[in-house]
Ligand binder design. Structure first.
Ligand code: HEC
Length: 249
């Protein structure tokens, strides 16, 4: 009897216990779970850089540009239904100024291809008696300081090595290279008809001091220039002298 018992004990000890069974089962479950998650994870992982994704990204970029264009330009949506599109920023002002019934004429005038764009002359500002005043080194120096204190530098890049991050977002023009006296294509008012102007004292002074719905806006910029901190005529002159001095002849 005692012999039997010890035999039974021995066999029991040799057999794996229930705890071991449970551990093995648990381990298998964990392995299975990990495998399932890994398989499923691989299935839902986006496949990067496939041709399809690239096409999709390109289409998205195009759509975004089209959206931007649609929000900021004049166009005919449906002539028969008399549906027109006008720039969203000044839509309210335009409708108020022109009257709803005149919008179609305005759109027609503004969407016409610029066939004979004449050069619009902007007279020099009164505070500039003679262009040679802008050669004055101390005025240029004063303008250089103002360009910093009046935060122009945050939007207008003047050094190829120093970016102007705020300007990048708005597509603000830079003052690098040979730009003074050169031609600019501008909208008369955001999204308005195009004009050719020269980058000179008149256009410069106007760009800095005249804002509002009628102001000239460089083609390609995403917004009209936000009004800078107030500047006096003397300061505009100094800024003009400095910016002009940056232009490579
Ligand atoms: C917040 C950004 C911002 C700041 C600050 C800023 N500008 Fe501008 N500026 C713009 C943008 C955007 C345009 C283009 C749209 C337009 O013509 O109105 C522009 C256009 C101009 C133009 C026309 C340039 C061209 O090539 O056609 C001049 C000149 C100018 N800015 C001068 C200045 C001066 C001087 C200051 C500082 C007193 C200044 N800006 C501050 C964003 C800025």
């Amino acid at each position: 009897m005692s012999n039997d018992k010890s035999q039974a004990d021995q066999t029991d000890a040799a057999r794996p216990s229930w705890a071991t069974h449970e551990l093995v089962a648990l381990a298998l479950t964990v392995v299975l779970a990990v495998w399932v998650v890994a398989q499923w994870g691989a299935a839902v992982q986006p496949q990067r850089n496939t041709e399809r994704d690239e096409k999709r990204a390109a289409t998205m970029a195009e759509l975004r540009v089209a959206d931007e264009e649609a929000l900021n330009s004049f166009g005919v949506v449906d002539e028969s239904l008399k549906r027109y599109r006008i720039p969203i920023q000044n839509a309210m002002t335009l409708v108020a100024e022109l009257g709803a019934e005149n919008i179609s004429k305005e759109v027609a005038a503004r969407t016409a291809p610029p066939s004979d764009l004449k050069l619009v002359e902007i007279p020099d500002p009164d505070f500039l008696a003679d262009i040679s005043e802008l050669d004055d080194p101390s005025l240029i120096e004063q303008g250089k300081t103002l360009f910093q204190t009046k935060i122009c530098f945050t939007c207008h890049q003047t050094d190829p090595a120093v970016p102007a991050p705020a300007g990048l977002a708005l597509k603000a023009p830079n003052f690098i290279g040979d730009f003074w006296g050169k031609e600019r294509l501008v909208h008369k008012g955001m999204g308005g008809p195009l004009e050719r102007v020269l980058m000179g004292p008149g256009y410069f002074a106007e760009s800095v001091s005249a804002t509002g719905s009628g102001a000239r806006v460089l083609k390609g910029a995403l917004t009209p220039m936000p009004p800078p901190p107030p500047v006096t005529e003397e300061e505009v002159k100094a800024l003009m002298a400095y910016v002009r001095s940056l232009s490579a002849e």
